[in-house]
Ligand binder design. Sequence first.
Ligand code: C6P
Length: 414
Amino acid sequence: MPAVIEGFDLPSLRAQFPALDQEVNGRPLVYLDNAATAQKPREVLDAIAQFYERDNANVHRGIHELSRRATENFEDARARIASFMNASEPAEIVWTRGTTEAINLVAGTWALDNVGEDDEILLSTMEHHSNIVPWQLVAERTGAKVRYIEMDDQGRLALDTLSDVLGERTKIVSLGHISNALGTVNPIAEITRRVHDVGALIMIDGAQAGPHRPVDVQELGCDFYAISGHKMCGPTGIGVLWARRELLEEMSPYQGGGEMIRIVERDGSTWAEVPHKFEAGTPNIAGAVGMAAAADFLEGVGFDLIAEHERTVVGYAMEQLSQVPGLRIYGPDSLDERSGVISFTLGDAHPHDISTILDSEGVAVRAGHHCAQLVMRHFDVAATARASFYLYNTTDEVDRLVEALDTVRGIFAV
Ligand code: C6P
């Protein structure tokens, strides 16, 4: 059993997550599907409930007290996320439905305005479909070419071949900070420097990074960064696009509607200031409040302690899983290069069967292509099972996973 981390009180931390305290199929739940979505602490649930119970009204519209409070809550939440990401100012934070919408926003505005027929868009084969398909749509509409950074046999970006695909034709590069299918952590600051050297912009899909490490957009030096609230203990349906103000200023609006205009005339309209120019319609106000509460919660626990704890649990899981006969782990060997995700196969057992059997023992993992079919193709598998860990997981839960995998081995004679 690994040593207890000073200052990290795991039992009382777990007690703050009501959903963790239940039985599934007659066994205490072991929730290892955190890369899909994380559970929510009481602090976040209370913040959302309190908003609806006391302050609910539309924002930026009414002159009455509740509308004033709702607007204050919403704009305070924006300021909270600005500090969470170390943005220069709250105006650089655009609320979206999540990472997917943030990437579509950049693809549908900046890219459609700036990418032409002879240009190239650079992605990697490690990307989630949310960071591939929006760019393919841009390529279809503009005639630009999509190129890919390849991976090596440990699922790391093959940066020794970066200069083969990154050059003066590259207009924008879009990469995941941490892979959802492999857990690989990419050296974003280093890549960003190389991208800027050729005069291109870089967008980072931070869906899997925001929950686990401090995201400092100024230190990373990137141009666009996206995160989702629900993966970092916040609610679903809310996320953020961060971009430097001067980029937001020059970008076209994304969707048209209320809230994003200054003046509407019969023959045309003018736009509101950033970030409101990108926020058409009634926003997810309670979602923003909940995401800000999640930022408070995570920073309250402390990212240093979260990282140390996750490293202990993931390290223990790697050790234990690598002793399971027939089990193959995908992604980097070194803990320095991976985050909370462990993707694996077990003999010839189909990952969906693995997941079903684990579920029958109360262990929740995800199975499938994880919206990363290019990763599956790279490793020549149709699917993997994926155990993804977060701040509240324990080494005892790793033991429960390994025990349940013994059942799988028995059934499939692995
Ligand atoms: N990955 C998973 O199980 P949304 O759905 O917009 O909040 O996030 C999309 C997304 C984008 N990039 C990465 C790296 C992601 O991991 C995800 C979401 C979940 O892996 C659901 S498919």
